[in-house]
Ligand binder design. Sequence first.
Ligand code: E4P
Length: 226
Amino acid sequence: MKFFIDTADLDEIREAASWGVLSGVTTNPSLYAKTGGKLVDFDPHMVKICQICEGLPVSAESTASTTEAMVEEGRRLAALAPNIVVKLPICEASLPATHQLASEGIRVNMTLVFSAPQALLAARAGARYISPFVGRFDDIGDEGLDHLAEVVTAVKNYTYGYWDEEGGPEIITASVRTPHHVTQAALMGADIATVPFGALKKCLKHPLTDQGLASFEADWKKVTQA
Ligand code: E4P
């Protein structure tokens, strides 16, 4: 499974990229707002992310609400850098927009996906990536991972005639909160997990690793002091 980072924070992206584990970046309007950025800075900010992650897919989300406006904004975003992926929320307006953008060779990440039928529609419309959300189900007392399992199985049952040569459509496990989400997504065969930096750091840690390291250090001290 590939790791994307789910943030618009440039320092976090730089640091995660330096780990050598990053395969892409996803952003959304809330994550951009969190950086303190304003509308006028949005395009240059996306370009900066694309430069930090040269060649890796960077999702920039459209805030348009009609098909025509989504296509127009999608084209504008895609022109910012070759690695931009246009993120669109699943809805009636975004299916034809995705179909149009895909026919122009523009990659779409269909977001706010919460069910297998939504994911199948996104795939049929030509989405390059499909982002089922996990954590937001957990937030309302539901089992996000059960819904993710349905999406993965349903989507992987078929081919769609778009993005085949790139191995698409790929499923991005989104709204990830914990290492457990990451483990289960990988066991299900989800292609990607997009993980906030805090949760990515948690994936690196294990109490037995810390304990093992402490005892190696203590024992090595005995060796060097002898
Ligand atoms: C997906 O691409 C979204 O940006 C993201 O995963 C949403 O996560 P949240 O539920 O933590 O806001």
